[in-house]
Design a protein around this ligand. Sequence first.
Ligand SMILES: Cc1cc2nc3c(=O)[nH]c(=O)nc-3n(C[C@H](O)[C@H](O)[C@H](O)COP(=O)(O)OP(=O)(O)OC[C@H]3O[C@@H](n4cnc5c(N)ncnc54)[C@H](O)[C@@H]3O)c2cc1C
Length: 289
Amino acid sequence: MKPPPFEYHAPRSLGEALDALAGTGEHGKVLAGGQSLIPMLNMRLAAPAHLVDINRLSELAFVDVAPEGVRVGALARHAQVERHEPAAAAQPLLRQALRLVAHPVIRNRGTVVGSLAHADPAAELPAVLTLLRGSVRLARPGAARDVPAEDFFTGPLESAIDPGELAVSAFFPAPPPRSGTAFREVARRHGDYALAGIAALVVLDDDLRITSATVACVSLGPVPLLVDVSEAVGHRPSASADWASAARAVRERVDPEADIHATAAYRRHLAGVLTEQALRDAAREAADA
Ligand SMILES: Cc1cc2nc3c(=O)[nH]c(=O)nc-3n(C[C@H](O)[C@H](O)[C@H](O)COP(=O)(O)OP(=O)(O)OC[C@H]3O[C@@H](n4cnc5c(N)ncnc54)[C@H](O)[C@@H]3O)c2cc1C
């Protein structure tokens, strides 16, 4: 199928893009990598009257690494961030998750910020932003605001982006000292959206006892659920941590749906298995940090 008709805007600067978006309001949509939007247009699941294409805004194709974390501009592609060595060193979870996003061809076009804006509960990056307590910077002419991840994802394919706003960047905070991260998921085929996925962050103290353990869930509810399992695993060395109890806590919290790919019960089962695996991986990484 072909997309419904729309007016195409091709701004050459951030200022032009913000003006174009402000002018089109709720009738406008941003076109970034197009890896989600174009299929939705072709399937007539979306019919915006205006498309504002940000692909000429090379000023937004940045990955900035600082001691506090990694800021990714709206035109940085998945592949660019995945291959960015300083970003992978500053926040390893980015690369751990990006390797699981679709296929290389899609990662060459799709953008990190576009994935956050799309707010698909089956996508990896919203869980990453949630776990790390990152934020998204939204702009309109003359104004900008930073929205924390916990307020950004408001429902399936729904976010805090108001009509006329552009997500200009996302910030992924650096991990605390003596911490480790991991991403585990199960998909029917490599590159498919995950049936379920878990991103994990484990922090140890100087005696290598666990001080905090958290996970964020993929495909296990309408938004990426954050679960603090620190109490469940106990303040112990990771060799004697109660990972099974953490898995139980996550299984009880998730709210998965059934679809043609998996039952809700199977997704809930995966939530437990993947939680245990991801926490063990993250704890191992933390011990080596
Ligand atoms: C076959 C296939 C498999 C895939 N598998 C996965 C997967 O396993 N995991 C995964 O996470 N993703 C997957 N994707 C989606 C892919 O990661 C997309 O790149 C991503 O979801 C959207 O990024 P994009 O830059 O292509 O955004 P677009 O498709 O251009 O836009 C998506 C939506 O976000 C809005 N938007 C984009 N950028 C901005 C912005 N800067 N400000 C405001 N709104 C904005 C658009 O208006 C649109 O509503 C898959 C895609 C395909 C086609």
